[in-house]
Write a protein that binds this ligand. Structure first.
Ligand SMILES: Nc1ncnc2c1ncn2[C@@H]1O[C@H](COP(=O)(O)OP(=O)(O)OP(=O)(O)O)[C@@H](O)[C@H]1O
Length: 570
């Protein structure tokens, strides 16, 4: 497509000159009353016009297709690069998100860079051809090109102003999109509706948009002043060229056809310059966007993670050595000086009030984030040195903020282990293990039922979705780390207790094979006391640890909270 569109563009630039020549011949042939000349000039003009409009359409279609295809391939590559980053930390970093937004918004420029470069070359070629034809009438006419220099410089200045403004408003545009997206997605849209905050959110989004637009509009205005000044120079040059043409004709040194040629070519010069500069603009924009792309590549390479394989089984287990962690962009540590031993084959319960840091600890164990200080070791090897994908493939379980994947039931569950996605027995056994059998049995097509209203599928209750998420977490075979981070909030205490009981019983069986560590997070102490070791977190630090009995004997925070909950259920 690129080669064909190059050929067409070159052809088009010569056709433009052919059309100018036909006009000159026509005027001269009319003056000399030469019928054959008139017919030949008209035939050339008609042929040039027909050819140029046909070729232009074909070239346009080709260029669009080329840009679309490249744009699509580029987006796939960006997603691939992003997916290759070992942690999820970048998804919460404004610098990364701004770059990604600029890259996604400007991918068309990279995709169109070939056609932009081509437009510049072709228009420059047409420009040179026009100048050559003008020089044939009188060499002084080539000086018209001098008048184009300020135009080019002014256009370049205008471009710089626009690009700088776009980069400056990247974050405001992202905020506007995020706010307006709240109206378009079912979950936040419900909140917006019930809180009655729609108008206020819309106002905030519009304010962001106006702020961004005013910065960009002011840059555009300044660019326009530059461009107007540049074009004024060109118009002065054009007037001088016409004056030269008229003077030559008055002295009989140019035919009326020559004057016609000067008028046509000199006015075409403006379009050709605009085309060359426009192509250059887009090409430069592609350069700017490519910078973001390269930044993303470097970022991903720097965070590609380790290359060591995950161990076959845990021997010494998982250890946290002096872990301190802050979320991206935050100065306050969420976890501080955590030293914790999770022996192979052990079941560990994490308890603590809201915001104590339990889920954060789980996320660090899964490798979603790396600690700022200290290290997590797996059989003595730093988790940073282990291939993140390999470690992820040996982690299983269900997190607090599970996803409602609107697929077929068997896919929603099966993607917990892609290798066994098409194994009905494996999917069914995960469904049974999670206690989701009755949920699936009640659906019209069982495991083949489409889920979610977005694709006209069955809608489930929150608790039913949770059960499918739990089943998804049961798909992996031979995990080394199994987590259940409060995925059971929609279950009553008895149901949660039973679920944790079957989970720990099955997990313990699996643990004998791989030495897996099982981590349970719950606010319900009756559930957590199923664990061998219990760790109490408070404000990011470990305040108590031991078995249920040891902690009860200690009579501290755990014992007090346990007694309160037991009283409540009595
Ligand atoms: N993505 C994030 N970015 C910034 N801060 C976060 C993020 N997630 C959690 N935090 C902060 O980290 C602290 C610990 O959160 P975490 O979710 O680990 O607590 P938790 O003990 O699991 O609480 P809960 O019982 O409510 O689930 C909280 O103060 C929270 O504000």
């Amino acid at each position: 497509m690129a080669v064909l569109s190059t050929v067409l563009t070159v052809l088009l630039s010569t056709v433009a000159a052919g059309s100018a020549l036909s006009q000159r011949w026509l005027v001269d042939a009319v003056g000399l009353h030469r019928t054959t000349g008139i017919v030949a000039a008209v035939a050339l003009g008609v042929a040039a016009h027909t050819l140029s409009s046909t070729l232009e359409r074909v070239a346009d279609a080709l260029r669009n297709e080329l840009v679309l295809t490249t744009d699509q391939a580029l987006m796939q590559e960006v997603i691939g690069i992003t997916a290759g980053i070992g942690t999820v930390e970048h998804m919460e970093r404004p610098d990364y998100l701004n770059r990604l937004a600029l890259l996604r918004g400007g991918a068309w420029a990279i995709a169109g860079s070939w056609t932009s470069a081509l437009a510049t070359v072709a228009n420059t070629f047409s420009l040179l051809l026009s100048l050559w034809l003008l020089a044939a009438v009188h060499p002084a006419l080539t000086l018209l090109v001098v008048a184009t220099v300020p135009t080019l410089l002014a256009a370049s200045r205008a471009r710089q102003l626009a690009v700088a403004a776009r980069d400056r408003v990247g974050e405001a545009v992202r905020r506007e999109t995020a706010l307006h997206d709240m109206f378009l997605q079912p979950e936040p849209a419900k909140e917006v509706w019930i809180s009655g905050n729609g108008a206020q959110l819309d106002r905030l989004a519009r304010a962001e948009w106006r702020r961004a637009r005013s910065v960009e509009a002011s840059a555009q205005l300044r660019g326009l002043v530059w461009q107007t000044a540049g074009w004024a120079c060109y118009v002065a040059g054009l007037a001088a060229a016409l004056w030269i043409g008229a003077t030559l004709a008055r002295h009989g040194r140019a035919t009326p056809g020559d004057v016609m040629l000067i008028i046509t070519l000199a006015s075409m010069l403006g379009t050709q310059i605009a085309g060359a500069v426009g192509g250059l603009d887009n090409f430069a924009e592609a350069g700017r966007i490519t910078e973001h792309y390269l930044w993303l590549q470097d970022y991903a390479t720097a965070r590609a993670g380790g290359i060591q394989p995950a161990p076959e089984r845990l021997t010494t287990g998982i250890r946290l050595h002096g872990i301190t962690f802050r979320y991206p962009g935050s100065a306050t540590p969420v976890l501080q000086n955590i030293d914790l031993d999770l022996p192979a084959g052990s079941t560990v319960g994490l308890v603590g009030v809201n915001g104590a840091g339990k889920s954060t600890l789980v996320k660090l164990l899964c490798g979603f984030y790396h600690p700022d200080e200290g290290q997590i070791t797996v059989n003595g090897t730093d988790l940073r040195d282990i291939d993140p994908a390999a470690w992820a493939s040996r982690c299983s379980g269900t997190l607090q903020d599970f996803a409602k994947l609107q697929l077929l039931v068997r896919e929603t569950v099966g993607i917990g282990d892609l290798n066994r996605l098409d194994d009905p027995a494996a999917v069914q056994s995960a469904i049974d293990a999670a206690g989701a059998h009755s949920v699936v049995a009640a659906l019209p097509n069982g495991r083949d039922t489409q889920l979610g209203p977005v694709f006209n599928g069955a809608e489930l209750s929150h608790g039913q979705w949770q059960k499918l998420a739990l089943a998804r977490g049961r798909m992996r075979q031979r995990p080394l780390l199994m987590v259940l981070d409060e995925p059971t909030a929609a279950l009553d205490p008895q149901a949660e207790h039973e679920l944790f009981q079957t989970f720990t019983a099955q997990a313990r069986r699996a643990a004998t094979e791989t030495g897996a560590v099982i981590v349970l997070v719950s606010h319900r102490f009756s559930t957590v006391n199923l664990a061998d070791h219990i760790v109490v977190l408070d404000d990011g630090t470990i305040t108590e640890r031991g078995t249920h009995q040891q902690l009860m004997d200690l009579g501290g925070h755990y014992a007090r909270l346990y007694a309160t909950q037991a009283d409540a259920y009595r």
